[in-house]
Design a protein around this ligand. Structure first.
Ligand SMILES: *Cc1c(COP(=O)(O)O)cnc(C)c1O
Length: 391
């Protein structure tokens, strides 16, 4: 099919809720994308951050293929070998990463569901109603996580949302200290705010926040949906600050391209009472097999280390460009934000015309989230194109 045919059908039937560029992507491999007209792009969007191990990684593809012939969608109400092995492997990685003795794992199908489960568990566990989130935070688009998302543009048309959610300035411990009280079930934050503009929080902030939550009996939830799975140069971004939260939400890259969300919490908190929360497809054998392959590839190819190294190189390279339109370069690992003095949309369009597929983060931040398997030569090309486009 060509672009006109694809666009014709989609624009006829789409709900319209998602903004799209005038391109139909039809194929991907590693860190490369191809559109319906045969144009090739370097993927600096990592498919909105879900492609950390790259598109169609052979180890992940093989795991999916094998499981596809064995048992696909499973039964929520039975135990399963793939889920069992995946839980063991994931727990091992996360417990090391978070300095936990034990953990409980709740699988679902998307990032927003991983937040919903975190909010539900926090209320259930503490018996308290309220949640505190941060300004500029993004946590998803279903009613619960949307309530915790900051941007009014996403929230207002759907109000009333769930009550008891308060937003305070990010990376500001005084603001948190004023609002956390004996009615606070949990505080929900990102380690690097992604959608909000690629803003990393400081180590002092997270250390103080950890203490404050413990003191006042509130749970600390970290949204690692975008920062997790090696993106920032560690398996989880929490590791940069030796932060040991109570609950972590994962999504995007954890499923290796299949839809998956994961909510994990420290073992001391206990479990849900049986029957309280579930999902038909959550933790199905197919996605568990894929996710287990992702965990394997992360270790085999040392992708967190790779993200750290390539990320540092790329941020330095962009910082040393003389383009006057660049105000600031921020980020951690291969989660990079380039704040511009101008709007980002026309820049994205020009990058696309030059074969670089990047993302915005707000009105004036160019966001790069390439697959962690990307070659340095591809990143060199990306920096060159950014330089040309911003001149
Ligand atoms: C993408 C994202 C979400 C939502 O994930 P979905 O799978 O789109 O529901 C939540 N939090 C953060 C930080 C994200 O980047």
């Amino acid at each position: 099919m060509n672009y006109e045919e694809i666009y014709g059908l989609e624009s006829t039937y789409t709900s319209g809720g998602v903004g799209r560029r005038p391109v139909a992507l039809v194929k991907a491999q590693g860190a490369r994308l191809w559109d319906s007209e045969g144009n090739e792009y370097i993927d600096c969007a990592g498919a909105q951050g879900w492609a950390n191990v790259g598109h169609s990684h052979p180890v992940v593809t093989k795991a999916i293929e094998q499981q596809l012939h064995t048992y696909v969608a499973g039964q929520e109400s039975s135990y399963n070998d793939q889920r069992a092995l995946w839980m063991r492997d994931l727990a091992e990685v996360l417990e090391t990463s978070l300095n936990w003795d034990s953990s409980y794992i709740h699988p679902s199908n998307s990032g927003t569901e991983a937040i919903e489960a975190a909010l539900k568990f926090a209320r259930y566990n503490t018996g308290r109603p309220n949640i505190i989130a941060a300004m500029r935070g993004f946590h998803g688009r279903t009613m619960g996580s949307l309530s915790a998302t900051w941007n009014k543009k996403y929230r207002e048309p759907f109000e009333p949302l769930i009550p008891g959610i308060n937003h305070v300035p990010y990376d500001n411990i005084e603001a948190m200290a004023e609002v956390i009280d004996d009615q606070t079930a949990a505080v929900l934050v990102e380690i690097v705010q992604g959608e909000g503009g690629v803003f990393p929080g400081s180590g002092e902030y997270f250390a103080a926040l950890r203490e404050l939550c413990t003191e006042r009996g509130a749970l600390l939830i970290v949204d690692e949906i975008q920062t997790g799975v090696g993106r920032t140069g560690r398996w989880l971004a929490c590791e940069h600050h030796q932060l040991s939260p109570d609950i972590v939400s994962l999504g995007k890259s954890i499923g290796g391209g299949l839809p998956m969300g994961v909510t994990v919490w420290r073992g001391e908190l206990g479990q849900f009472k049986s029957g309280l929360h579930g999902s038909t497809f959550g933790g199905n054998p197919l996605v568990c097999a894929a996710s287990r392959a992702v965990i394997e590839v992360m270790a085999e190819e040392q992708l967190p280390q790779r993200a750290e190294m390539l990320g540092a190189w790329t941020r330095d390279a962009i910082e040393s460009l003389s383009a006057r339109r660049i105000r600031e370069v921020r980020g951690m690992g291969l989660m990079i934000g380039v704040e511009l003095r101008t709007k980002v949309t026309p820049v994205l369009q020009k990058l696309m015309e030059r074969g670089v597929w990047a993302l915005p983060a707000g009105l004036n931040v160019l966001r790069l989230l390439p697959p962690l398997v990307i070659e340095q030569s591809d990143l060199e090309r990306v920096v060159e194109v950014i330089d040309d486009v911003l001149k």
